[in-house]
Design a protein around this ligand. Structure first.
Ligand SMILES: [Zn+2]
Length: 308
């Protein structure tokens, strides 16, 4: 057997090995997932708030799981957000955008990547938004932009703080300029929150990148981040090629950004609820108008919280 035949045989062997690897679909439907020590049962991970016991990796969670964690199961209300015209550019590449939307909805049981909920945290009514990475990479299109803005409007109408859990790769290319316009729209909406003296808390989750970082996710009064999460605008390799410098190992991680002032505090998932609640009570105390109005309308009682 000459060397060409040997190489071809070796190639076939590799192909067979690759074929045996489970697909993304298989992994999603399996009871197992992967972490530092190999396969781990999803049910075990779930008991630990989807945080690995050994390496501390905070695995991605859905919007519903996020709200369950913050408010407690069945202790919040999901709001119906506006649904703008679908697929305005009639986008088609290897698959049509309409089909991608259909698949994402089936997979996540969400209409768009953003879910808005209202609930209560230690007696403080809040409006919360969470982005689901499983919905087309958590990208922001017109429906997602509308949902975020709708959440802001709800927060203003009900005089509640707004807490957002961003995640995702940025603006959705299938809606090109319309998706980009939502960077401006969501930024203007956040400014309205500030004009109304309502606290706006951002809690970065892995990964937050592109237009999400460059718009509503960097405008919080307080920026929390889950440990180890990626927070970036352009990718590391792109930045490296532009500045032509070797970048640090931990570049664009929550820890790096905390050191450089973009992130205020890194909070373990199990402490997130308490941290948000504590900071909100501090921020609300500073704002007598919101506190007194909230007291009248929602029974928020800072004095009681102080006493307890
Ligand atoms: Zn691990």
């Amino acid at each position: 057997m000459n060397w060409i035949k040997k190489t071809l045989k070796f190639g076939e062997k590799i192909k067979k090995i690759l074929k045996k690897r489970p697909s993304r679909h298989d992994l999603d439907n399996s009871d197992w997932t992967n972490c530092c020590k190999g396969p781990v049962l999803k049910s075990d991970l779930e008991k630990n708030l989807w945080v690995c016991d050994s390496c501390g990796k905070h695995h991605r969670i859905s919007s519903i799981q996020r709200f369950d964690l913050i408010f407690g199961k069945n202790n919040y209300q999901i709001l119906d957000t506006p649904i703008p015209a679908e697929d305005p550019l009639n986008w088609n590449d290897t698959k049509s955008y309409k089909d991608r939307l259909k698949d994402a909805r089936k997979k996540t049981k969400q209409n768009c990547a953003v879910l808005i909920a209202k609930g209560s945290l230690d007696g403080i009514n809040i409006t919360a938004a969470s982005i689901n990475f499983e919905f087309i990479g958590g990208s922001i299109g017109s429906a997602e932009g509308e949902a975020i803005i709708y959440g802001v409007q709800q927060a203003i109408d009900n005089k509640t703080p707004y807490v957002i859990f961003p995640c995702g790769g940025g603006q959705r290319m299938f809606e090109s300029p319309i998706a980009l316009a939502n960077m401006t729209r969501t930024t203007l909406a956040v400014n309205e929150l500030k004009k109304n003296n309502l606290p706006y808390i951002v809690c970065f989750t892995d990964p937050t990148a592109g237009g999400i970082t460059a718009s509503f996710a960097m405008l919080g009064d307080i920026h929390f981040a889950e440990p180890g999460c990626l927070i970036a605008f352009a990718g590391k390799r792109v930045v490296q090629a532009t500045v032509k410098e070797e970048l640090p190992q931990d570049f664009q991680t929550a820890e790096f950004l905390e050191k450089h002032g973009f992130v205020d505090k890194i909070v373990h998932r199990k402490n997130l609820r308490d941290q948000i609640s504590t900071f909100l009570s501090i921020l609300l105390k500073k704002n007598s108008e919101v506190v007194s109005e909230a007291n009248e309308t929602s029974g928020l009682n800072i004095q009681t919280r102080e006493a307890s």
